[in-house]
Design a protein around this ligand. Sequence first.
Ligand SMILES: C[S@@+](CC[C@H](N)C(=O)[O-])C[C@H]1O[C@@H](n2cnc3c(N)ncnc32)[C@H](O)[C@@H]1O
Length: 223
Amino acid sequence: MIKQLKQVKRKIVTFFQTPQEKRHALVGPAKLWKMKQDFQINFLKSQGLQPNQKLMDIGCGTLRGGIPLINYLEKGNYYGIEVRNTVLEEGRKELKEHDLEHKEPHLIAFSEFNEIALDAKLDVMLAFSVLIHMEDTIVEKCIEFISKQLGNNGAFYANVNLVSHQDSNWQGFPVVFRTLEFYEALASKNNLKVTTIGSLGELGHISGQELGDKQVMLAFKKA
Ligand SMILES: C[S@@+](CC[C@H](N)C(=O)[O-])C[C@H]1O[C@@H](n2cnc3c(N)ncnc32)[C@H](O)[C@@H]1O
């Protein structure tokens, strides 16, 4: 009975969602999509992102964060990579609906990081709310990949959970909590150094969700 009531409630909520809320619910809370979109470009601009730089958005999903970045960057400078092809398809629709196909972003579906071979070195790499969904073995491959693709003066930004909490689940992915030492060791193993920039809340990400706003933004650069 409770299960049926929950299903009815979910149907009613979905019925009243806007098309963009429905789409971006594939990558996070429907009502927060715009705040999370604005946060990503504002944060990257605050770190000095310039239109002529090449940027890779790891786990770009529905292009919730990607659309304003594609708009801001020069043609061909946005690289979005994503493991769920159906979700990336929604990103392609979003791109079309925003009339941004002429910006020719590189949208790449993949399974394993070692499948991706790019000649281009990236100035900026971002994984917004992605490392928190990677098991240790996958995050290790991800940081190896970052080290290989990041330009000498480049930076990789990623928000992570540093508080101690029980791991859980989100849309079939784990939600993981690790120590800063874990990321420091991984960075050092891959010739990178990592610094903390601040909590998401301090940086303007106000979701009303305590654990989310407490996540910390890390910056990885070449050691
Ligand atoms: C919380 S969503 C964030 C999406 C996007 N970064 C944004 O903020 O709009 C996390 C995304 O990372 C993707 N993802 C999970 N594991 C991944 C992996 N190993 N490599 C690339 N993408 C991954 C998921 O499919 C999902 O689309």
